[in-house]
Structures are given as structure tokens and as C-alpha cells.
Design a binder for this molecule. Structure first.
Ligand SMILES: [Zn+2]
Length: 466
């Protein structure tokens, strides 16, 4: 991999020298005139903009300058600007993942053990976890996000055992170059009657997020919420987050017992839902609950693969859609999900909704595609920045091959993206105008070295955990 990576770096010079380099280029290390990412026209792809005013273009160009989308049109003449040939690809906004416990990516594929189910298996590992392991987990997850065309993540850091853990995750996420929200959390072993470290949360906000522009990241909190902590605790956490102006996320109504607690009604009654409060899973929310959620503007993030794997049950997806809830999709965690595959998440979302309703029309492929892009961005409050190929937004753009063994003949583009394509078909990934994947390969991560580090780290943690 080292040699191949060197090839990619070397080709950057060749890329700059050529006005057009169909199908292959190594622009990742190149810079634009102002030292930012290079200006480029992504040319001739099937453009799925996810912006109704731009629409789909069977053959279109996307002009990117200074990390922003300048124009999307059938044919853009931009003399002197590098063109990258995107024929054979769908060009679309990067996926927005709305809930991802990035830290535990190192524990991929350990959903249960002789210790018992997921929670019991993860507990000793979480206790053994180190800040270095958290940072490495975030780096691994971020690299997989790039692989899969996910350009925005909501990092749900729910094993913050001290300020050093929080800093390690935030730093690793910032260094990844992904767009995202860092949701500051709590130690896995924290008692239900104890609050998370709200003073360190404030410190982090003041230190890294006080400026208008904190780079590609924003800050929020992930709380255990009413289902998993005492009323006095979660209410205090809500109050603290809102007084700091930070958005909140919590797992709610995930299983039947949690849903039976009726906390969505309580939160709605007390004004503790809203666009700033994301609900995760809500697998067993009733239709009445969903009506309240929609009315409040709280977005819901679902992760059907992990909800099935861990035994939560059958998510009420079609009911959520019918209620008009702002929906986002998520891969959740690699321990249960196995891999970060937004295509797979879209597929199971659409097909579960239809199967459970016994109605092929219960949810369209395009609606699911919206949830994976612009819907997720709206739910995270960043739709003015990303989620669609709209002139003026930042350039978070991916290209997905529609001429591969598993995608051609491509049929309808909506079906191809939601039912045929896989992460390996993601040919090109750009975040904020910076190229992260080109010709199907990472341009900024030494994947081989990262995987070696990850394997070594999880082996050590498992040994330590006993
Ligand atoms: Zn979760």
C-alpha cells in the first residue's frame, strides 16, 4: 500500500500539468491559487443534486472553487480550469451520517461474547479504553466514512472518561477533514444519578468552538436522556446544553421497555424537544409519539441494521415518514453494524418500511436518498452548508460508479443508489473542496498502517479487559 500511495502522490504533479485527465488524477495534494483546494469542474457525470431547484442532470458539470460549489449545469465552460471526467459516475452530495459511535470502531464485530449481549461484552472493553484508542477509533471510522462516501458525521462520543478522551476524539475528528458534529458525552460506566462533566463541556466550547468559524466541526452533547438516566440528571444536562447554545442527542424509545416509559410525551409536554434535540432510534415510538416529535421539530436518526442486530425490533419507519418527522440515517457503530455502508442502510430502510407495511409504495427510493443526504443535514442543522449540490454550499461531493459489475445497467438512478451500489463503487470523495478519495483509493490516509495500528490496539484492549 505504501508504494501505491506514493504513486498517488506522484501523480499530483501530472494532474496539475494536464487540463483534462479522464478517469484518473491525483489532485489531493495540489492546492489552488490561494493555498486552498484546487478549482475544478467535475464534468459529464449523472448529477443527482438533491436540490429541487437544480434537479437531476443526465449529463452535467459541477464547478467547485475555493471549496464551494459555484455552479451546477448541463455544460459549464470554465477556461483554464482543470476538468475531471466523471462520465460513468453518479455525481451527488456526500452522505450525512447522523449518529455514529466512532470511538468503538476498533471493536468491530464483537456484538456479543461469553460475557453476554452487547452491553455486557462492551463494558469491560470500555473500562479498559484509553484516549489513544478513542482517537484511533475515530481515525478508523473516518477513513471508512471516506471509503463509503460519507462526508458528514455526527460523532456520538459516549465513552468520554475525562477531558483527555474528549480532546483525543475532537482532535482526531478535526484532523480527518470530515465535516461533522462532535457530540460530547459521558463514560460508559457513569451511574444513572451522576451527570456528565458539564464544566469540561463548557471548557471545550470556549476553547475550540467559540469562534464563528471552528473549521468543519461543530459541538453538541450526547446524553443518556430520560430513558437511561435519572430525571434530575438529564433535565440538568438539557438545561446546561441549551444555556451553552449546544444541540442535544439521546437514544429514546429504542426498545419496548424504554418506549413504555412514555418519555417522548413528557419531553414534549415540558418543551424539551425541538430542532436542537435529536432522538436516536425511537424504534418503538407510537404514532401519537411520532406526531409530537414531528410537531416539535425534533429530528430522528434511525439505524435499522443495528436495531435489528441488537434485538431492538422493527423500526416504525413508514409511520415516521407519514408523521412528517425530519429523518436521518445512521450506521451507528461498527461493533454491531459490521461496516459503514450508507447504501446498505438506505436499502434496509426502504425495504423494511415496505415489508412491514406490506406495501411497495410505503416509501420511495428518492425519499430514502433524501434522508441519507439533505434530510440528515437538516436534522443536524447544517443544511445551509451541505447535503445537496447547491451553488453557494460547500463542496461535499461524491461520485459513484454506475458502470460496475453490480451497478450496470444502471436502470433508475434512485434504485441504483439505494439497492445496487456499495461503498466499493465510491470512486471519488471531496469534502469542503478537498479530495479524499480518487479512483476508488484514499488519497490522505495510509490505510494499511491505520489497520495495523487498529488491530494492535484492539488486541491490547481485549487483553487488558480480560
Ligand atoms: Zn447509538
Amino acid at each position: 500500500m505504501t508504494a501505491r500511495r506514493r504513486d498517488v502522490l506522484l501523480s499530483a504533479g501530472a494532474f496539475l500539468a494536464a487540463a483534462t485527465l479522464p478517469g484518473r488524477a491525483g489532485s489531493a495534494q495540489a492546492t489552488g491559487a490561494a493555498g486552498g483546494p484546487p478549482e475544478v469542474v467535475l464534468s459529464g457525470g449523472f448529477v443527482v443534486s438533491m436540490d429541487p431547484s437544480v434537479g437531476d442532470l443526465e449529463r452535467g458539470d459541477v464547478h467547485v472553487r475555493d471549496g464551494a460549489i459555484v455552479r451546477v449545469a448541463a455544460a459549464i465552460a470554465a477556461p483554464g480550469v482543470v476538468r475531471r471526467d466523471m462520465s460513468g459516475c453518479v455525481v451527488m452530495p456526500g452522505f450525512v451520517d447522523t449518529h455514529w459511535h466512532m470511538w468503538n470502531s476498533l471493536a468491530r464485530g464483537l456484538p456479543q461474547s461469553r460475557l453476554g449481549p452487547f452491553g455486557k461484552t462492551m463494558a469491560p472493553l470500555a473500562r479498559a479504553w484509553t484516549p489513544e484508542a478513542s482517537a484511533l477509533g475515530v481515525r478508523l471510522a473516518a477513513a471508512e466514512a471516506i471509503h463509503a462516501g460519507i462526508t458528514t458525521v455526527h460523532n456520538w462520543a459516549h465513552n468520554v472518561k475525562g477531558p483527555d478522551f474528549a480532546e483525543a476524539e475532537r482532535e482526531a475528528l478535526a484532523a480527518s477533514g470530515l465535516r461533522g458534529r462532535f457530540a460530547y458525552g459521558y463514560p460508559q460506566a457513569l451511574g444513572e444519578d451522576a451527570a456528565m462533566d458539564l464544566s469540561d463541556l463548557e471548557r471545550m466550547r470556549d476553547r475550540h468552538f467559540a469562534r464563528e468559524s471552528a473549521g468543519l466541526l461543530s459541538l453538541g452533547i450526547c446524553a443518556r436522556g430520560p430513558d437511561r438516566s435519572a430525571a434530575s440528571v438529564w433535565r440538568r444536562e438539557w438545561e446546561a446544553a441549551r444555556s451553552l447554545g449546544l444541540p442535544i442527542t439521546a437514544h429514546v424509545a429504542s426498545d419496548r421497555a424504554a418506549a413504555a416509559m412514555g418519555n417522548i410525551v413528557v419531553m414534549h409536554r415540558d418543551g424539551l424537544l425541538g430542532p436542537d434535540v435529536q432522538l436516536v432510534h425511537a424504534t418503538h415510538a407510537s404514532r401519537d409519539d411520532l406526531r409530537l416529535v414531528a410537531e416539535s421539530g425534533s429530528p430522528i436518526s434511525i439505524s435499522p441494521w443495528t436495531e435489528l442486530e441488537v434485538g431492538y425490533g422493527r423500526p416504525a419507519i413508514a409511520d415516521m415518514a407519514d408523521a412528517g418527522v425530519e429523518m436521518g440515517l445512521s450506521v451507528d457503530n461498527m461493533v454491531l453494524a459490521g461496516h459503514a455502508d450508507m447504501f446498505g442502510v438506505m436499502r434496509i430502510t426502504a425495504d423494511l418500511a415496505r415489508g412491514l407495511r406490506e406495501d411497495q409504495g410505503a416509501l420511495t427510493d428518492r425519499r430514502v436518498l433524501e434522508w441519507a443526504t439533505i434530510g440528515g443535514a437538516r436534522g443536524l442543522g447544517i443544511a445551509q452548508t451541505t447535503g445537496s449540490l447547491t451553488p453557494g454550499k460547500r463542496a461535499d461531493v461524491i461520485a459513484v460508479r454506475r458502470d460496475a459489475i453490480n451497478t450496470a445497467p444502471a436502470g433508475t438512478v434512485d434504485f441504483m443508489l439505494t439497492h445496487a451500489a456499495q461503498p466499493a463503487n465510491v470512486d471519488f470523495v471531496m469534502v469542503d473542496g478537498v479530495v479524499h478519495k480518487e479512483n476508488g483509493r484514499h488519497t490522505r490516509v495510509d490505510v494499511e498502517a491505520l489497520l495495523a495500528q487498529a488491530q494492535e490496539s484492539i488486541a491490547r484492549l481485549r487483553q487488558k479487559a480480560g
